[in-house]
Design a protein around this ligand. Structure first.
Ligand code: ATP
Length: 190
C-alpha cells in the first residue's frame, strides 16, 4: 500500500506552520507523499478574501518547491462548491484503492472534529493525524494519531494582518511565497 498524507486547508496564505505539519507527518509515519489540498468553499470558515484559484495553486507551488515528497491535490478546487472532506475522500479512495490515506489536521481541527459531515464514515476511510497548535486542546472523542512535534504559533490570519500593515513576515513565510505575494500584490502587500 502506498501511504499518502493529505493536508487540507484554505492556505490563505500557506505558511511555515503548514510545512512543519507536513514534514513531521511525512517522517513520523514514513509516508510516501504529502499532498496539500486547497479547499474550494470551506464548510467551517468565514472567508472575506481569497486570491483567485490559479494564484492559490501558485502560492502552494512556491511553498512546496524544495521538498520532492510534497505535492498538490487539486481535486476540491477543480470540483468547486463546498468542500466536505467525506465527499472528497470517497472520490479519492475510489480513484486510488491501493493507497492508505492519512488526513493531517491541526489542533483546532482536532477540537471540532465531531462537527465534520459524516465523521463516522470518514473515520473508516482515513487515519486522522493531529499536530498540536498553541491555543488548541487537541482533545477529541474520535481516534486521532497525535504526533509529538514542536508547536508554532503562526496562522494565515496573522500573516494577512502583517502583510497588510507592511510588517516583517521573515521566517514565518518562505521567501518564494512572500515574493509571489508581493509580485501579485496580494493581501494589501506591496
Ligand atoms: P486562518 O488563520 O486563515 O484561519 P490557518 O493558519 O488556520 O488559517 P488553514 O489553511 O485554515 O490555516 O489550516 C489548514 C490546516 O492546518 C488546519 O488543520 C489547521 O489546524 C492547520 N494549521 C495551520 N497552522 C497551523 C499551525 N501553526 N500549527 C498546527 N496546525 C496548523
Amino acid at each position: 500500500m502506498k501511504k499518502v498524507g493529505i493536508l487540507g486547508g484554505t492556505f490563505n496564505p500557506p505558511h511555515v506552520g503548514h510545512l512543519l505539519m507536513a514534514n513531521e507527518a511525512l517522517h513520523a509515519l514514513s509516508l510516501d507523499e504529502v499532498r496539500f489540498m486547497p479547499n474550494a468553499i470551506p464548510p467551517h470558515k468565514q472567508v472575506n478574501y481569497m486570491p483567485r484559484d490559479a494564484q492559490r495553486l501558485d502560492l502552494l507551488q512556491c511553498l512546496i518547491d524544495e521538498e520532492a515528497a510534497f505535492t498538490i491535490e487539486p481535486y476540491e478546487i477543480e470540483r468547486g462548491g463546498t468542500s466536505y472532506t467525506i465527499d472528497t475522500m470517497r472520490a479519492l479512495t475510489s480513484r486510488e484503492p491501493h493507497t492508505a490515506f492519512y488526513f493531517i489536521i491541526g489542533g483546532d481541527s482536532i477540537d471540532t472534529l465531531h462537527t465534520w459531515k459524516e465523521i463516522d464514515a470518514l473515520m473508516q476511510l482515513v487515519t486522522f493525524v493531529g499536530i498540536l497548535r498553541p491555543g488548541s486542546q487537541g482533545v477529541s472523542t474520535y481516534a486521532v494519531t497525535l504526533l509529538q512535534t514542536p508547536q508554532i504559533d503562526v496562522s494565515s490570519t496573522l500573516l494577512r494582518e502583517r502583510l497588510a500593515k507592511g510588517y516583517t513576515v521573515n521566517y514565518l513565510l518562505p521567501k518564494q511565497v512572500e515574493a509571489y505575494i508581493r509580485k501579485e500584490r496580494l493581501y494589501g502587500a506591496n
